[in-house]
Design a protein around this ligand. Structure first.
Ligand code: ADP
Length: 477
């Protein structure tokens, strides 16, 4: 079987969040299980081609949109899978992937639309003849539309994975013209969404299958509360909607080999985790390693429950615990967290995106905070558990599928139901109690390290889905 896999970010080449982790690990794992995979990503200015051994090949693709031609040069890298990078500096030679903290680039429809056309053109020209095209989130959601509507490849099956329904790629209706599409697909059953163009909706309608990243989120998004206006469309297509739990790459996230942490360890040498804690506290100026260390790592976005942390900061500063917060995102949160840098003795704050520091934190911590308002899957909690760090999370989406509260017979984490300050703080206090029960705490640390949240089983489920689609009906709009 041959599969084209496209994503706007692929680890380790470009990453702003969990999408990159999955889009890096999944195609490689699928390829290692015998499927021929061609990955595609835009070549951003921020990609270090020398470091990654990405080389230019003798090919280019022209995309003509609304009487303008965009030329993409082609770069390539072969590891477990083959990755192609399409380069157009006018569109992708910028400082950010999607836009600065103040907001998205206004021409994101053209940027990712042109990229989607370029991939389709390249597939055709190079006779890649895929059996299936797998796209991810709104940025590449136009590909199933183009596959059906422009290229008429009705025998080529398409899968779209929704990593986060909150981001849909919504543009004014004249995007139809900017993207050389026809007004005949600007209607409620196709690309139109309240008189605008919605890329993700197009991807859902035109794909053979829609997946999302955890079974609970797959159910949640068919309800108005989590559906971000697309719950009706998802209910309509619920017979092709699947929830497949993401996983992490256990080679990339491994405390036994991680080069960034202070001291490597595994479940049999878990006492060395405390060396990581001691050295981390020292490095960032926190005191008293006998207190529990809570960490938060993530995008500073409303979704991540950052408001709960902000509103609870005074109480947290009085707790018998240390906190380390690493994040970067929306300006209002960046500004707030910058304003409290160094203000509290027991709270270390870093407003930054810093993978090396995040790894040290996963290794050093006792508890990870994930108070998300919604969480399609969440990877931080899986990474944390791989590093023997227990998880305090709000019971939603993928967090519900991966964390079991200690009040349950086999529980190994702390969950709270409602996103209120009281419930959040209560979970933090419960964690202090758990931490003071040394025997139980250490058993749970070992338990979570031995659990399996690896991407391998995710890859097996995707291959099964791809195979089942061979016999599915062609998409009919
Ligand atoms: P998202 O909704 O942002 O995709 P996920 O939990 O799925 O959330 O994935 C987050 C990924 O990004 C994890 O690998 C996490 O370690 C990483 N990450 C998020 N913010 C930062 C940061 N400020 N510095 C380093 N890594 C980060």
């Amino acid at each position: 079987m041959k599969v084209v896999f496209t994503s706007s970010e692929i680890y380790p080449f470009a990453k702003t969040g969990g999408l990159a982790d999955i889009a890096g690990a999944l195609p490689r794992k699928i390829a290692s299980q015998g499927v021929k995979v061609f990955g595609f990503m835009p070549l951003y200015k921020t990609v270090d081609i020398n470091k990654h051994g990405i080389i230019k090949i003798d090919a280019s693709v022209d995309v003509s949109l609304n009487s303008r031609v965009y030329t993409f040069e082609v770069y390539k890298k072969i590891d477990d899978a083959t990755f192609f990078f399409l380069k157009n500096d006018e569109l992708f030679g910028r400082d950010y992937l999607y836009g600065p903290p103040e907001g998205d680039y206004p021409d994101n429809d053209i940027r990712f639309g042109a990229f989607s056309y370029a991939v389709m053109e390249f597939i055709k020209r190079e006779n890649l003849n895929p059996d299936l095209i797998h796209v991810n989130d709104w940025q590449t959601a136009l590909m199933p539309v183009l596959n059906y509507y422009k290229y008429h490849n009705h025998h080529v099956r398409t899968v779209i994975t929704i990593h986060n329904l909150a981001y849909q790629g919504i543009f004014d209706k004249f995007a139809i013209e900017r993207l050389s599409l026809g007004w005949d697909i600007f209607h409620m059953e196709a690309l139109e969404y309240y008189d605008k163009v919605n890329f993700l909706k197009g991807g859902i309608v035109f794909s053979s299958a829609v997946t999302t990243v955890s079974p609970t989120y797959a159910k949640e998004i068919t309800h108005p509360e989590y559906g971000y206006g697309l719950d009706g469309v998802l209910r309509k297509y619920s017979n092709k909607l699947y929830g497949i739990l993401n996983g992490i790459d256990y080679d990339v996230w491994n405390p036994e080999t991680d080069k960034h942490i202070y001291e490597n360890y595994c479940v049999f040498t878990i006492q060395k985790k405390s060396i990581n804690k001691r050295l981390f506290l020292k490095e960032v100026g926190l005191k008293d390693e006998l207190k529990p260390l809570y960490i938060f790592i993530g995008r500073f976005a409303h979704q991540k429950g950052v408001d709960l942390i902000r509103d609870s900061i005074e109480e947290m500063s009085k707790m018998p615990a240390n906190f380390a917060i690493l994040g970067f995102g929306d300006k209002e949160y960046n500004d707030f967290f910058k304003s409290i840098e160094g203000k509290y003795e027991n709270i270390f704050v870093k407003v930054d995106y810093n993978e090396a520091l995040s790894r040290k934190m996963y290794a050093a911590a006792d508890f990870l905070l994930m108070p998300s308002l919604f969480e399609p899957c969440g990877l931080n909690q899986m990474i944390a558990m791989r590093y023997g760090t227990l998880v305090i999370a709000r019971e939603t989406g993928g967090l519900k599928d991966t964390v079991e509260d200690i009040s349950q017979p086999d529980g190994y984490g702390l969950l709270f139901k409602n996103p209120t300050k009281e419930e959040f703080l209560n979970a933090l206090y419960r964690a202090v109690e758990l931490y003071n029960n040394k025997k139980l705490f250490e058993n749970l640390q070992k338990k979570v390290m031995e659990m399996d949240f690896s991407i391998d089983s995710t890859a097996r489920k995707y291959i099964k889905l791809y195979e089942s689609l061979k016999y599915s009906r062609e998409v009919k709009i």
